[in-house]
Design a protein around this ligand. Structure first.
Ligand SMILES: [Zn+2]
Length: 257
């Protein structure tokens, strides 16, 4: 009976977890965290392991989404994205958005002498998650359609929305693996890698922003077909790789002694 009750709880908890409205799905964030960690130098790996304090990379990447319904973290709600209408450029603002949240967390980690280990961990989890989100084009998309959440589509034969297609459907449907992403590393020469890793959050939104034209190249009937999936799968793999690469750059920068 006890077993059945706990199983019921697990089921209930699973059912009550809301869809990830504003994030790479669980798998996407796990991939970014794992790629980022894989690319770290050994000293930074030790620091990350120390501060994560037993938390897995997948949990670290997904923590901000897992805490979404926790009222203590209500203030982080706007941190997952920035809205910039079509044709506009990002303009500096004091409002909460992914750029400001990420820059703030990086700044705090760099000057972490005054932080408790718990605060270091929290800012680390923010960095793990938001570097990932930043590279999903619909996290730097248009507020008018809620970053694609308001666009209902048919993904192959299933009902979905455009945001979800990019967060989750293609990554899971195409069974994208860490190796698929890491294999693309060879497409960049060392100068390009160095350029990609140069830390500049505002500049980092340019690529995902420019990818929005691919994202919105859907048929009039909003059917996402296999041709669309084939075309964009590599783009998603590349964005996951670049996100992981930049996550490693940020972590090495903040933990450099
Ligand atoms: Zn998110």
């Amino acid at each position: 009976m006890k077993k059945i009750t706990s199983l019921l709880w697990v089921l209930l908890i699973c059912i009550s977890i809301p869809n990830n409205l504003y994030a790479w799905g669980k798998k996407g964030h796990a991939l970014v965290a794992e790629i980022g960690y894989t690319l770290l130098d050994s000293n930074t790996k030790l620091q990350v392991v120390k501060y994560l304090d037993g938390m897995s990379l997948s949990e670290a990447g997904n923590w901000m989404d897992n805490m979404r319904s926790d009222p203590r973290y209500e203030y982080m709600k706007q941190w997952h994205y920035v809205n910039i209408e079509k044709g506009n450029q990002y303009e500096e603002t004091k409002e909460d958005n992914i750029i400001n949240a990420l820059n703030a967390a990086i700044g705090k980690l760099k000057n972490r002498q005054s932080l408790s280990d718990e605060e270091v961990k929290k800012n680390l989890l923010v960095v793990f998650h938001l570097v990932g989100d930043l590279h999903q084009p619909l996290h730097v998309g248009y507020g008018s359609d809620k970053g694609g959440n308001a666009i209902q589509v048919k993904y192959l034969d299933n009902s979905s929305n455009l945001h979800r297609v990019w967060d989750t459907d293609i990554i899971e449907g195409e069974k994208i693996t860490i190796n698929d992403c890491l294999l693309l590393y060879k497409n960049f020469d060392s100068a390009e890698i160095a350029q990609l890793k140069a830390i500049n959050v505002e500049r980092w939104i340019r690529e995902p922003r420019s990818l929005l034209q691919n994202v919105y190249a859907i048929q009039d009937n909003n059917v996402i077909d296999q041709a669309y999936v084939d075309k964009n799968k590599k783009i998603i793999e590349q964005q996951l790789l670049i996100a992981g690469l930049r996550l490693s750059a940020v972590l090495e920068y903040v933990f450099k002694s």
